[in-house]
Design a protein around this ligand. Sequence first.
Ligand code: HEM
Ligand SMILES: *[C@@H]1O[C@H](CO)[C@@H](O)[C@H](O)[C@H]1NC(C)=O
Ligand SMILES: *[C@@H]1O[C@H](CO)[C@@H](O)[C@H](O)[C@H]1NC(C)=O
Ligand SMILES: *[C@@H]1O[C@H](CO)[C@@H](O)[C@H](O)[C@H]1NC(C)=O
Length: 260
Amino acid sequence: MKHSISTIVAAFAFATSTSYAMPGLLYPEHHTWSPPTDSDVRSPCPCLNSLSNHGFLPHSGRNLTMDKLIKAFKEGVNLGPDATTFAGGLAMKSNPIPNATWFDLDMLDQHNFPIEHDGSLSRADAYFGNNHDFSPEVWGAYMARLEGHEIISIELASKARAEHVYAQSLINPEFFLNEDLLGDSLLETALLISIFGDPALGNAKKSWIESFFRNERFPVSEGWEPRADEANLTTATAMIGKLQASLPEGVPILFGNQPE
Ligand code: HEM
Ligand SMILES: *[C@@H]1O[C@H](CO)[C@@H](O)[C@H](O)[C@H]1NC(C)=O
Ligand SMILES: *[C@@H]1O[C@H](CO)[C@@H](O)[C@H](O)[C@H]1NC(C)=O
Ligand SMILES: *[C@@H]1O[C@H](CO)[C@@H](O)[C@H](O)[C@H]1NC(C)=O
């Protein structure tokens, strides 16, 4: 099943839009954060996990439907319905029941399909036995590439991601990243710097991202709030294009035996 974002990238011109001041959206749910209980399930995605911890999504992490996802991503991080429908549609494929219209967060652990991939920023590769939980070691290796920067530009995000992925590939003899999975990885970085920065310009605040990954909690107490201008499929696609344009030279981007 072909879902490469590059096919979508081709359909859009690069957006260069203005950014707006953050107006202080109503955000009461951030007060209700609580960590997962033993019976709750979580995913390898820091954003889905945070939305569940804050109660935008069911705290159980189970039975997520498209309606619930669209509402949670809009209210929680101001992600538009088109982007949530795209990513949520992929996520449904992780449910072993064919054509399911819901999924549980832990179904997303499935390796190399539909979204999970090697070379994550904060999780070890499946080869090492746990692609699910936050890994301080893997995250530390990624953060070291951002040393000396408070703000993560598009160029820095692109370079750090590509170099981190390459470094991970050198320690995993089964490392694999095809075009679809590369598209997933780029989309994740695009959304990250959109939501903690600007959906057109990136420039995300590193301390917010650090806190978000470590705690799976939106850094409201550190001054973050959802932006007024949403991130959506148009902005994310343009952002992926800019990340691709900033890939460092001489660093491999696809790994493993690729189909013709
Ligand atoms: C319906 C929407 C979404 C779905 C289904 C989804 C699903 C996933 C999955 C399955 C992964 C694991 C990939 C891997 O590293 O192997 C992932 C990673 C990630 N997601 Fe999401 N995601 C969604 C929305 C978002 C949003 C809005 C953000 C914005 C902050 C985000 C940020 C990330 C980041 C940064 C990673 C990479 C984590 C890492 O490399 O350690 N996701 N997502
Ligand atoms: C909710 O999820 C469980 C598995 O976590 C599943 O057995 C059940 O059928 C789901 N219920 C609905 C209404 O989708
Ligand atoms: C799933 O959807 C496809 C395409 O819409 C259809 O051909 C197939 O029969 C469906 N499978 C089940 C088990 O419902
Ligand atoms: C996507 O977001 C941009 C910037 O926030 C906005 O200008 C545009 O109208 C949105 N597009 C759609 C289809 O909602």
